[in-house]
Design a protein around this ligand. Structure first.
Ligand code: ADP
Ligand code: ADP
Length: 224
């Protein structure tokens, strides 16, 4: 089953005296349970691709389908609802809420979706256990290591059981060993839940361990 599909996606930014065409006729498909690495140089358009796929930005042309539904004609409100249901984001810097514990950070998106405090806490603890940071659940982000923080961020991103996880350099500020742990945790979670992931990374060793690798060339997504 295809959970994410880009068809002929165009995206350009207008500069002072020229247009920067980042995506041009980009096609891409991500299937259930698949982990795909997106490896391309800085400035190539990886974040643009992830933000367009995740409905944070609208393409100038083409269409984004999430779980078979075309999202182009949706209102902003419909796109936000679709994103909250079906898409999880992980960034290089975790953006955890500093005043809240790891557990609470994973609970909050679930409570925004209407889950009770008790149910949200139960699932949050399960996810943190699964990411092997259960014992750190009561700590605030500042009291956790970089790798632990990223594992909390991943748990938060998948808390509402999205279909698609979009990760932008999720191990970009971690040392190689910690990157390996975080990647292991992410792929175990993906395998267990059937989650599909598109992971932008500069880390070739990690990219090699995913199901396939794509890059950006002349605005298109191409296999490596
Ligand atoms: P990557 O994630 O591969 O580093 P980005 O998608 O962030 O690439 O950026 C691709 C290019 O588009 C870069 O040259 C960047 O400066 C430019 N860009 C990104 N976002 C904007 C924006 N909102 N307005 C103008 N230019 C942008
Ligand atoms: P909320 O407003 O409840 O945080 P959204 O649906 O607006 O949820 O956002 C979903 C995800 O997208 C969150 O992980 C959020 O951090 C991220 N996000 C929202 N807006 C932007 C943006 N402009 N750029 C990058 N990420 C964003």
């Amino acid at each position: 089953k295809t959970v994410l599909r880009l068809r002929g996606v165009d995206r350009a930014y207008n500069e002072a005296n020229h247009t920067l065409q980042i995506l041009k006729g980009a096609d891409f498909e991500l299937r259930e349970g698949e982990m795909v690495a997106l490896v391309a140089p800085s400035g190539a358009g990886k974040s643009t691709l992830l933000h367009t796929a995740g409905l944070l930005e609208r393409p100038d042309g083409g269409e984004v389908f999430i779980n078979g539904t075309a999202c182009g004609t949706m209102s902003d409100g419909e796109r936000t609802a679709r994103r909250r249901n079906d898409v999880g984001f992980v960034y290089q810097f975790h953006h955890l809420l500093p005043e809240f514990s790891a557990l609470e950070n994973v609970m909050i998106p679930q409570m925004i979706r209407g889950l009770s405090r008790g149910k949200a806490a139960e699932r949050a603890q399960q996810l943190l256990d699964y990411m092997r940071i259960g014992p750190r659940a009561a700590h605030r982000p500042a009291e956790l290591s970089g790798g632990e923080q990223q594992r909390v961020a991943i748990a938060r991103a998948v808390a509402n059981a999205p279909l698609v996880l979009l990760a932008d350099e999720p191990t970009g500020n971690l040392d190689p060993e910690t990157s390996g742990y975080v990647f292991e945790a992410l792929s175990a979670l993906a395998r267990q839940s059937g989650l599909a992931a598109l992971v932008a990374t500069h880390n070739h060793a990690l990219a090699e361990r995913m199901d396939r690798v794509v890059t950006l060339a002349e605005g298109r997504v191409v296999a490596v």
